[in-house]
Design a protein around this ligand. Structure first.
Ligand SMILES: *Cc1c(COP(=O)(O)O)cnc(C)c1O
Length: 465
């Protein structure tokens, strides 16, 4: 058939849209979206005609074209940001959105999203409320601090604290604590952005109290400690603890600020986990201001929490950056609900997903791997060899990478032992409507069971059309 006849065999857009197959689509998606998708389908059909000199198999009838348009519109509805199944073994995976939220936090966010809330509206009628009030009161209760405030994330907390308290002046920090957290958060860069001058003291491995006190001059604004959460220096080392440094700073009339990073509000060692510094211990040690993340070990939404002396918090609250870095009602709702869980500590490990995932029992993980492995084997057939094997999970989010938690994985090997076969499987699982994300290593795809709460959902994700 000549090309012109083939083109003519395709319906005009208007005629196509007038047909019964399209009426339903227009009702569901509205006319303009359907028109655009129909044009797009017809363009694709013309391209194929030019290339193959035949009418494409999917464009023979108006019904077929409608099916193509329907599929395109459905794909467009699927959001790019969507749930994934995290089998990487990293519980607080920054690239996968860190902490899984508690049921109470989810309910609070949904309620806040659906309508008006008393965000800055004082229900006692005593005057204009402040959006941080509810969370700040809880943070004071939990940490023993005089005052608190909340910003977008911990990087923002450090930025605003330094901007409000030390712009145009010097901040004394140990050379061993000039950390890079990843994702372009480097302490010296944040200092520069806040307008302060960094006064580095000590050496990479050793910093003494006299290094801090010897660096004080009339331009010094504060002393700062940074928790070196993602690495450790071992061997011939010396650092100055907050408890040691606070009285020295105060003697010289300076505040001491600590950036804790993760900051656990409960003693993780009591759960058999690697100990992490606690904000309340820092306040008790005399630190004037402590910053930490909402979505790391705390297990809440992304937020930066600042607790400490009232006078310093007030300077932060009234800094112009506060408006730019403030949290919205959804974050505050989730954060308040999460913090309330800490008021009933015996039930925390049950209610806070971060803690329940971190404390999952190795025997339970082993049993789960034993259940999932045969299901995956029958799904994959004999091109792959599936097994249950012990592995080690990571806490993630800047926790020490060497601190591993004993866990169990379902591992998948390619029967042909080709890396390519395995990589294709990993890619295919990552491309599913609900992506399944494991970790490649040692010639296997490792699916750590630690963060798998719903085994049926895993099988459904891998088998869904
Ligand atoms: C993670 C971390 C930050 C950044 O916190 P975000 O909440 O990711 O912005 C800052 N300082 C330290 C020490 C950290 O570990």
């Amino acid at each position: 058939m000549p090309l012109a006849d083939l083109f003519r065999a395709l319906p005009q857009t208007d005629r196509l849209l007038a047909g019964p197959a399209f009426a339903q689509l227009i009702e569901r998606h509205g006319r303009s979206a359907v028109v655009a998708a129909a044009r797009c389908a017809l363009d694709a059909a013309r391209d194929e005609i030019r290339a193959s000199e035949a009418l494409p198999a999917w464009a023979q009838t108006p019904e077929q074209l409608a099916a193509r348009v329907a599929a395109q519109l459905a794909t467009r509805r699927r959001t790019t940001l969507r749930p994934v199944i995290n089998l990487t073994g990293t519980v607080l995976h920054t690239n996968l959105g860190r902490a899984r939220q508690a049921d109470a936090a989810i309910a609070a966010v949904v309620a806040a999203m659906q309508g008006a809330v008393n965000l800055e509206y004082d229900l006692d009628g005593a005057g204009r409320g402040h959006r941080d009030t509810a969370v700040a009161e809880l943070l004071c209760t939990l940490t023993g601090a005089e005052a608190a405030c909340v910003v977008n994330n911990n990087a923002a907390a450090v930025l605003i604290a330094l901007s409000a308290l030390a712009a145009g002046r010097e901040v004394i920090v140990s050379r061993g604590e000039l950390v890079e957290i990843g994702g372009a958060f480097r302490m010296p860069d944040v200092m520069r952005q806040a307008g302060c001058t960094l006064a580095e003291v000590g050496t990479t491995n050793r910093t003494h109290p006299r290094d801090y006190t010897g660096a004080v001059n009339e331009r010094t604004a504060l002393m700062m400690k940074v928790h070196t959460s993602n690495y450790s220096i071992e061997g011939f080392t010396r650092s100055v603890s907050e408890a040691e440094l606070a009285p020295l700073a105060h003697e010289m009339g300076l505040p001491l600020v600590t950036d804790l990073g993760a900051g656990a509000l409960v003693d993780l060692a009591a759960y058999g986990l690697p100990a992490e510094p606690m904000p309340q211990a820092m306040i008790a040690a005399g630190v004037d201001l402590v910053t930490f993340s909402g979505d790391k070990l705390l297990g809440g939404p992304q937020a930066g929490l600042i607790v400490g002396r009232r006078e310093l918090i007030e300077r932060i609250q009234s800094h112009p950056l506060k408006r730019a870095l403030r949290c919205d009602k959804m974050t505050l709702a989730a954060l308040e609900a999460t913090l309330r869980l800490y008021l009933e500590p015996e039930l925390l490990a049950e209610r806070l997903p971060t803690l329940s995932l971190l404390t999952r029992d190795a025997d339970e993980l082993c049993a789960q791997a034993g259940r999932v492995a045969p299901a995956l084997q029958s799904l994959l057939g004999d091109a792959f060899v599936v097994a249950a094997e012990p592995c080690a999970s990571q806490i993630g989010s800047g926790s020490l990478p060497v601190n591993r938690l004993p866990s169990w994985a379902v591992t998948v090997r390619a029967a042909d032992n080709q890396d390519r076969t395995l990589r294709q499987l990993a890619d295919a699982w990552r491309a599913r409507a609900t992506p399944v994300i494991g970790r490649l290593g040692d010639g296997r795809l490792w699916l750590d069971m630690r963060c798998l709460s719903d085994e049926a959902a895993l099988c459904a994700a891998l088998t869904a059309p």
